[in-house]
Design a protein around this ligand. Structure first.
Ligand code: S3P
Length: 171
């Protein structure tokens, strides 16, 4: 397999599932947020605060372009906003098999409610913010993904099993 890319909303479980999946399949694990933080030597809220969202989105696109050249046989977990740009959607699909980890608004709210590290969730009431962003992004996640995997009420292990079954046909 080329790469396996996990997309989905904040709190969908991309990083948790991705790390375990990589271990099980003996593949490398890459997290685009972690790569950006380590290359920029600063945290994501700091990037948003000092340089703004567009700057962060440029960093994401630039990283995907580099990954076209040097990333093979990896499980790649990407930030929740990565598929918002059309160029990124195309780049993601060309990197390998894209898996959308989806979850209901309630599940997402439970998972992100005590987390202050996500600037996209700041400002305004959390539930309304999550609802709006999910509405804006749902169709984009679906357009980008080759496979949808629902994560509500499923353990990480169950999600892994479904991904393994569904991705088998990608070779
Ligand atoms: C973002 C999601 C975050 C991170 C940044 C922006 C988004 O990643 O990339 O805070 O726009 O949805 P996670 O999905 O891993 O939380």
């Amino acid at each position: 397999m080329k790469n396996l890319i996990l997309i989905g909303f904040m709190g969908a479980g991309k990083t948790t599932v991705g790390k375990l999946l990589a271990k099980e399949k003996d593949m490398c694990f890459v997290d685009t947020d972690e790569r950006i933080v380590s290359e920029q030597k600063r945290e994501i809220p700091d990037i948003f605060l000092k340089d703004g969202e567009e700057y962060f989105r440029d960093l994401e696109t630039e990283l995907l372009l580099r990954m076209q050249e040097d990333t093979y046989h990896a499980v790649i977990s990407v930030g929740g906003g990565m598929p918002v740009r059309k160029q990124n959607r195309e780049l993601l699909r060309s990197l390998g098999c894209v898996v959308y980890l989806s979850a209901s608004k309630q599940t997402i709210l439970e998972r992100v409610k005590n987390d202050g590290s996500r600037p996209m969730l700041n400002g305004g009431e959390l539930e309304a913010r999550v609802e709006q962003l999910m509405k804006d992004r749902e169709a984009l996640y679906r357009q980008t993904a080759h496979i949808d995997v629902r994560t509500d009420r499923r353990s990480v292990r169950q999600v892994l099993q479904i991904i393994e079954q569904e991705t088998r046909r990608f070779g």
